[in-house]
Design a protein around this ligand. Structure first.
Ligand SMILES: Cc1ncc(C[n+]2csc(CCOP(=O)(O)OP(=O)(O)O)c2C)c(N)n1
Ligand code: SF4
Length: 340
């Protein structure tokens, strides 16, 4: 590992371990985008730590030439939280799947987000359990037929972004595995954000849930089905960039076409990811086909107190006035006796 260097390439971030993801799996593109983002961030390699749970996606740390932990199922958030709290100088990245983060790990996930610990979470959403060969996950749509739901699921899924907002999340973004350039940009912004940043990446599992996101990602229709948000820019989409999102008289989002029904560019909403009020962010997260395009990019990015910073400050403050400054002081602080 290159010590203390900010000048390195993607090659330096690749471990010698053989990548075992299936050919064509979306995970390959995501790791490339993460490595590119790390190079752009130019943080010394030894300051990166990648923590995962269990799943195909969670094999990620093996393939990175950084420090890392492949932990246990659902516990990546807990281990990453401890790591960041004990070593605030590290850039901690949590890699997790929809099963790992939102089923078995749901409890740790929401509390990490609520505490706003400075961790970058990359949530690989392939809407299935890949590693264990295709059981349904909390992001499967109602009626999904899988090995554990042979007659279709009888429950509705989580929308990860809404869960993040409901947990007081300060940063949420969405990306697509195959769009490495846009994923890179979002990962860089996520890493720069102080607090928990969650990036949901729509990931294709070619074996157990192939084409699950194709309605959204199909190159033939993507201009009409994807809205790429940019801060302080109007929410425009479509081949001609003449469609946009407006707030209608009922206070709801609606798709409008510039030039039709008197709509002008001034009617189109302008994205403000930094707006502390999450109302519009929640509406954007919730936009679904066929009525709406699906929103990508940084949807929410707001400032709030950061757990690990508050903890560090509290330790300093308490230590300043305390008689006991270290474990040795504690051991010799009275109430001691000698065994003869
Ligand atoms: C305590 C425990 N329960 C269940 C499992 C089995 N298991 C391993 S990975 C996994 C789900 C993986 O799905 P996901 O997190 O979506 O990741 P993917 O494989 O799709 O990337 C399950 C149920 C386990 N390893 N440990
Ligand atoms: S089973 Fe699916 S998620 Fe796992 S490596 Fe293969 S394609 Fe990727």
């Amino acid at each position: 590992m290159l010590e203390n260097s900010t000048q390195y390439t993607i090659k330096d971030l690749k471990s010698p371990n053989e990548i075992r993801w299936c050919p064509g799996c979306g995970d390959h593109a995501i790791i490339n985008a993460v490595q590119k983002a790390m190079v752009t961030l130019a943080i010394p390699i030894e300051k990166y730590a990648v923590v995962s749970g269990i799943g195909c996606s969670s094999r990620f740390p093996y393939y990175m030439n950084t420090y890392g932990f492949h932990t246990i199922h659902g516990r990546a958030a807990a281990v990453a939280s401890g790591l960041k709290s004990a070593n605030p100088e590290l850039s901690v990245w949590e890699i997790t799947g929809d099963g790992d983060a939102l089923a078995i790990g749901g409890n740790h996930f929401i509390h990490m987000v609520r505490r706003n610990i400075d961790i970058n979470v990359i949530l690989f959403n392939n809407k299935i359990y890949g590693l264990t060969k295709g059981q349904y996950s909390p992001t499967c749509d109602r009626g999904k037929v899988t090995k554990t739901s042979p007659f279709g699921t009888v429950e509705d899924p989580f929308t990860p972004g809404k869960l993040v907002l409901g947990s007081r999340g300060t940063f949420f973004a969405r990306a697509i595995d195959s769009n490495v350039k846009k994923s890179h940009d979002v990962f860089v912004e996520a890493a720069k954000h102080k607090g928990t940043s969650v990036v949901e990446v729509l990931q294709n599992c070619v074996i157990y849930n192939h084409n699950i996101h194709t309605e959204i990602t199909d190159p033939k229709h993507k201009e009409d089905r994807q809205l790429h948000l940019e801060d302080n820019k109007p929410m425009l989409f479509g081949k001609e960039k003449n469609k946009g999102i407006i707030l209608n008289k009922k206070g709801k989002l609606e798709v409008a076409v510039i030039g039709e029904n008197g709509i002008t560019i001034d009617d189109i909403l302008v994205h403000d990811a930094c707006d502390a009020d999450g109302f519009l962010h929640q509406q954007l997260i919730d936009m679904k086909l066929p009525e709406f395009p699906v929103a990508f990019g940084v949807i929410r990015k707001v400032k709030d107190l950061v757990y690990d910073e508050c903890m560090e400050a509290q330790i300093k403050e308490v230590q300043e006035d305390a008689k006991i400054k270290c474990v040795e002081d504690l051991l010799f602080s009275g109430n001691t006796w000698e065994v003869k």
